[in-house]
Design a protein around this ligand. Sequence first.
Ligand code: SIN
Length: 279
Amino acid sequence: MEVKRLTGIFGAEVHLGDVRRLDAEIFGELRRLVCEHEVVVIPGQSLGVSDQVELSRRFGPAGPVPFIEPSPDHPEVIKVLKEATDGDAFNFGGAWHSDFSFQPEPPSFTLLFAIDIPPFGGDTLWSSMSAAWRYLSDDRRAELLAITAVHTARDAYSRKMQPLHSGLSGMNIVCDDTANDTELHPLVTTHPETGKKCLFFNRAYVRDLLGVDSDRVASLLEWLHSYTTDARFTFRHRWSPGDLVIWDNRSTQHYALNDYAGFRRELHRTTVAGERPSA
Ligand code: SIN
């Protein structure tokens, strides 16, 4: 297995042959690499929908997928698809987020496989939330350790958002009132597999903070967003068809760029069930 680090902070490109044929030992090593490097790029794969489901299930059972109708070929897969003719204003995943962090037990891993990639643009960025924690001052750490984050899908999937989602003709996203539910998670979490401390924050779904004076909430949310997405904590991937990227939602957030007007982009996504984040 060849492992090449992609930045000084996180991310690795891994070459291990055909991911459909990994023995238990190599698969165990791959899982360890994803936890260690947080985002792993595996180029040159050929994965049908059921191959992806099979690989994803080796990481763990599929997590629940709210609001997004799965692929007709398989209930565990969502097609992240923007047609060339879809409007330019909106794309799926085009805001910093960690997948479904508003769930009581958000997904541990996401697997995203590239099918059709525009000739330019459509890159994805990730940010390391363990690095964001590591670089904090002691005073800031003490302050953030006392805070609980309020996660909600309200500003992504409540009914007012339906017209935006309906603009993606190749996806069937159905907004409903459950988007207004809230879930509380510690702002500072301990990764259950690596033991690393992480800032479990993303601006898309963290809409309030408990444990801080109410007049400071808005400015702290804004600070957390700009600090955690600072360029030094990020890694950007230029996709090619056949790339499989696996990331750890417990230690990263990510953002899909929307800069490929007039071109089609299709990737297949599976998410692996996670556990309740703990402090
Ligand atoms: C997502 O947010 O899961 C999709 C990311 C992407 O399309 O690059």
